[in-house]
Design a binder for this molecule. Structure first.
Ligand code: SF4
Length: 577
């Protein structure tokens, strides 16, 4: 089964901005925090906001306290005034693109124009726009309703930002033919236009199309409408539990798109559920392979084996022939730390990876034992390699264990920093450095050469690869991390800049490794190992361009880069040594 995900699926700029403003409000603005009406049309996001202490008020009380957020759709100016009069502080999360439409209507209303809004009269955005039209506002939901309106000497036509583009095209043609003096403003948001155009295109390439989003979300309904008009089987679902497993199992190619108010974590859950469809009722070899992949990833055995491969590559690069103890140390340390990390990151996994969350909750005791046992075994092997190796690994293990623990008492800590995890972006950097140290510095310490140029170069190479891996997963988990308040590097920099940074890091390593091999700082193996950052770079670009979906296969491929390093090293040692 082939799955295609729409590049435009998920939060648009306006919705993302409004949700982030709402998530940031508790603790930042005067409480209690409310939204005026539902912030967006997605029940799962609304439940989440409610849990975070952001509640909905449907009507304005005579007197109130706290802060009210105006939703992305905007409100009539009178509502804002009434909220302030009632005693609320008001935060305006109206989408800047909706504000632009409001400004067009306001300006023309002052000049005596009638404002005809093409849209859904029950939609809050349209209700808000009407408030700017003075008493000369009209709503038309179809060409028939438009024709039924009186003729105006001066009128403007604007569209609800999520209107069907075909309808507005017809409206423009109608106006040109019947009322050429009407001024038409195409106020359909780019995001809506692109989303609808993409769904039309996708409908030609797939057997079935899944549209994910709130049942009462106008723009999601329109996507389902457009897909349905093209004649393919269309399923409008809110979550993965609504999937029609029987019908979808028969499709060879499935398209997935989502409305502007659907968060990534819900789309990811749907993708993971669709990914599993072919294996649900089958007992074939594919199901076995998929289940093995899943088990290896969930237990961190795959990532630990990857660390072992990286350690092997680093040892051969540094000319260390006694690599086996360090391969084991790397594997056991990474297994221990990643398992503990998953055990303490269950809150974020609830959104990012619900399967992982369920697995860790269901096997908590076993996984704690596994983490402690592998950590202890790693330390034991490190001890056999010398006291310095042991102490460095012990220090790193303590650092890893204390990552989530409050180290500085409340009375003493300055600002919000009481745990290591409170330092923004610390997780990504610490994981990368830890990988770099166990895979390259520890073998160099045992070999008695921890500070040479070769060791430094290999350390930064291993750290760079681990950094790219971790930061890339952080990019995939951005929305879930944001919800639970984690400040990863992608959250600080934004998705686009983070991807650019990763591409730059990986690109530099491709060039640097080839160059270092050419001038003899590292052996010729460096030529072969430059393929690893190059392959990772290609994978990130494929994901960026929508060719690689988040899910088990992508995770598996990312982790496979370390196996690629191990394989290249094995070939090199067999052929050249
Ligand atoms: S669809 Fe466009 S106008 Fe509407 S909230 Fe999103 S970005 Fe703003």
């Amino acid at each position: 089964m082939k799955i295609i995900i729409a590049k435009t699926a998920g939060f648009c700029m306006g919705v993302r901005r409004a949700v982030e403003m709402a998530l940031d409000s508790p603790g930042k603005h005067r409480g209690p925090i409310f939204t005026h009406g539902p912030l967006i049309h997605n029940p799962q996001v609304l439940d989440l906001l409610d849990e975070k202490g952001v509640h909905i008020i449907q009507s304005i009380p005579e007197a109130g306290e706290g802060t009210v957020l105006i939703r992305a759709h905007g409100v009539p100016p009178a509502v804002k005034k009434d909220l302030k009069k009632a005693g609320f502080a008001v935060i305006d999360a109206t989408c800047p693109r909706v504000i632009k439409v409001q400004a067009i209507i306001k300006k023309h209303a002052r000049q005596g124009y009638a404002s005809i809004i093409i849209g859904d009269r029950d939609h809050p955005e349209v209700a808000g726009l009407m408030g700017f039209a003075a008493d000369r506002g009209y709503i038309a939901g179809s060409l028939e309703e438009l024709e039924a309106l009186p003729d105006f000497d001066k009128a403007i036509l604007v569209a609800q930002t999520t209107l069907n583009i075909r309808l507005f095209e017809a409206v423009k043609n109608w106006a040109q033919a019947r009322h050429p003096h009407y001024k038409c403003f195409d106020t359909i948001c780019d995001s809506t236009a692109q989303r609808q155009a993409e769904v039309q295109k996708m409908a030609e390439m797939v057997d079935a199309l899944i549209v994910v989003g709130g049942k009462n979300s106008g723009n999601t309904q329109r996507l389902a409408e457009i897909a349905g008009q093209s004649g393919i089987a269309t399923y409008h679902i809110e979550t993965e539990s609504d999937l029609d497993v029987k019908a979808l199992s028969l499709a060879e190619t499935i398209g997935i798109t989502a409305g502007a108010s659907t968060p990534n974590w819900i789309i990811n859950r749907v993708v993971r559920a669709v990914e599993r469809l072919p294996y649900k009722n089958s007992a074939g070899i594919q199901k076995i392979v998929f289940s093995i992949q899943q088990a290896l990833l969930l237990t961190n055995v795959f990532v630990a084996a990857g660390a072992g491969c990286l350690s092997y590559a680093c040892a051969v690069l540094m000319g260390d022939s006694d690599f086996l103890p360090h391969v084991w140390i790397s594997m056991l340390y990474v297994l221990s730390m990643h398992t503990l990390n998953n055990l303490t990151g269950l809150k974020a996994d609830r959104y990012n990876d619900p399967e992982r969350e369920a697995f860790y909750r269901g096997h908590k005791r076993f996984l704690i034992c596994l983490a402690l046992f592998s950590g202890a075994a790693g330390l034991l092997i490190a001890y056999s390699q010398g006291i310095t190796t042991f102490l460095v690994l012990l220090m790193m293990s303590i650092l890893g264990l204390s990552y989530n623990i409050k180290l500085i008492p409340k009375t003493l800590f300055i600002g919000k920093y009481s745990r290591i995890r409170d330092i923004s972006g610390s997780k990504t950097i610490l994981i990368a450095v830890a990988w770099g140290v166990v895979t390259s510095v520890l073998p160099a310490i045992s070999a008695g050469n921890p500070f040479g140029l070769k060791t430094t170069l290999v350390f930064f190479w291993a750290t760079g690869l681990a950094f790219a891996r971790t930061a890339f997963f952080d990019i995939l988990d951005m929305q879930g991390d944001r919800i639970v308040g984690k400040e990863t590097i992608p959250i600080l920099l934004g998705e686009k800049k983070s991807i650019q940074m990763l591409k730059a890091v990986l690109g530099i390593w491709v060039v640097l490794f080839i160059f270092s091999s050419m001038i003899g700082i590292i052996p010729a193996l460096g030529f072969g190992l430059s393929i690893c950052p190059a392959a990772m770079l290609a994978l990130i670009s494929m994901h960026e361009n929508g060719f690689m979906l988040p899910g088990i296969r992508l995770e598996f491929l990312v982790e496979s880069h370390f196996f690629l390093a191990g394989m290249m090293t094995l070939i090199y040692t067999v052929v050249f040594q």
